[in-house]
Design a protein. Structure first.
Length: 471
């Protein structure tokens, strides 16, 4: 029973969806057979009570067909029918939320049936929804192009003898959609290449970019924004691209583009993260500023919750600037806004970071031991934090063992990008070398720490090397 597609899909339903599915199955418009509603009613109590075990196949069959001998094939058919109806319900529910697409379909139907009054009323309603710039849905330009295309089809269908500009509007918005979506894909490819082991074919030639920059399309706020993101990702050494990106973001915040700006904001934050790993400390304040603006504006909140990655990154950056009171306040304020499944893990890891920074190393280890390292980010960060604690508490044997096992893990793990892997391998190698370096002879290792790219916790390693040079 547990392996059936039906049970897997039913596990994803929330209480509200169970109720809606019940009424869906009762409607003869969607199904006229009687077994599926009964089967649904029989299964519901087992999903409502997580402690209750699912019934055996024989028990379920007997409840459905009390006068018949058990037939596995007949039961499987019933499970399959209910699964298909549940799939149809979820699709129908998703379509119900797509108001724009519903109205476009309505326009097509009314035009084909020559229902001019219905078409005019729907057209007025649709016009009220159209904005001069994209709202939170990334297919805004395509919706607007399809709208103009439907009006052009109606123009052709009615054989009107007057000038109509909808075919031009459909073409122009289709161009906007193409360039907008193409730039988004290219930016995502460039960004992912810096995180994952990937080698995408970006496919945007200089001629393509020159054509875009020479057209009026760049005057569209989101197209201009993504072109700036692309330049910033493609030419990261040209820091004026980041300044332009941040300026454009701040101008658009609060203009009704909330969800559309969440992705560009994350591109900007990831840019800062790469600069920080390259040793450019000025980008720590930039990243903190972007995170706070994202949280305060709601751009980095999902259903009122802050993601564990946003939470962790902001704490780490705040600690990096030794803003301990601010970090403690942030942890206290935002822990309850974390998704429940991540809350304990994220709190323990980040509170351990804070305790370490405030010289409470034993307590920090206690909180680290409570962290379940189910996430790669937590695992990598925790290994570095433990290494620092072992070094500072003179636990040399534990430190050597940790560095050896951590190095093997990094070398063998194929899910970590080359750049990120190198960041942590460089840390392990430099710390190991520092342990072997005699006091007073750290000039070469200081130079290596200063110039090695990329590297995590560079300032900590430099402080150790400089302290050792004085002994």
């Amino acid at each position: 029973m547990n392996s059936t597609k039906l049970l897997q899909i039913l596990k994803t339903l929330d209480p509200g969806e169970w109720e809606k599915l019940y009424f869906f199955l009762q409607s003869p418009y969607f199904t006229q057979e009687k077994v599926s509603p009964r089967l649904f009613t029989l299964l519901h109590p087992y999903f409502a009570d997580s402690a209750a075990g699912l019934p055996k196949a024989e028990t379920l069959f007997q409840a459905l067909w009390p006068d018949q001998p058990f037939d596995r094939k007949q039961l499987n058919y019933a499970l399959s029918r209910l699964n298909k109806l549940t799939e149809r319900f979820l699709v129908f529910q998703q379509l119900e939320q797509q108001t724009d697409r519903q109205q476009l379909t309505a326009l097509e139907v009314f035009s084909e049936r020559h229902l001019e009054k219905h078409l005019a009323a729907t057209q007025r309603s649709f016009n009220e929804r159209l904005l001069p710039a994209p709202d939170e849905k990334d297919d805004f330009y395509l919706v607007r192009s399809d709208y103009a295309d439907l009006l052009d089809q109606h123009y052709v269908r009615t054989k009107a003898r007057k000038q109509d500009n909808n075919i031009q509007l459909a073409t122009d918005d289709l161009d906007r959609f193409y360039y907008f979506r193409r730039l988004r894909y290219a930016c995502s490819m460039l960004d992912r290449q810096n995180i994952l082991e990937a080698n995408y074919r970006i496919g945007l030639s200089q001629a393509w970019l020159d054509h875009l920059e020479g057209s009026t399309l760049v005057e569209e706020p989101m197209i201009g924004l993504y072109l700036t993101i692309f330049r910033a990702l493609q030419e990261e050494e040209q820091e004026q691209h980041f300044r332009e990106l941040k300026s454009r973001l701040l101008q658009l915040v609060g203009k009704g583009l909330a969800e559309s700006l969440a992705e560009p904001l994350l591109f900007a934050i990831n840019y800062c993260a790469r600069k920080i790993r390259a040793g450019q400390e000025a980008y720590v304040k930039e990243a903190i500023d972007l995170y706070h603006r994202g949280i305060d504006s709601g751009l980095l909140l999902q259903d009122g919750q802050v993601s564990p990655w946003t939470y962790t990154n902001l704490v780490k950056l705040t600690l990096r600037l030794q803003q301990y009171a601010e970090a403690r306040e942030f942890i206290s304020k935002y822990t309850d806004l974390l998704p429940e499944s991540f809350r304990e893990n994220a709190h323990n890891y980040n509170y351990a970071e804070l305790l370490y920074c405030t010289n409470e190393k034993e307590k920090a280890q206690e909180y680290l031991n409570r962290v379940a390292f189910s996430d790669l980010g937590y695992y990598l960060g925790a290994r570095v934090l433990l290494a620092k604690i072992y070094y500072e508490t003179d636990a040399e044997e534990a430190l050597l063992s940790l560095l050896a096992s951590f190095t093997i893990f990094l070398q063998r793990n194929k899910q970590i990008s080359r750049n990120l892997k190198k960041t942590y391998l460089n840390f392990c190698q430099l710390l190991s070398r520092l342990l072997r370096t005699e006091p007073g002879k750290t000039g070469k290792i200081i130079d290596l720490i200063t110039h090695t790219q990329p590297l995590t916790d560079r300032s900590w390693l430099l402080a150790l090397a400089q302290e050792k040079s004085r002994t």
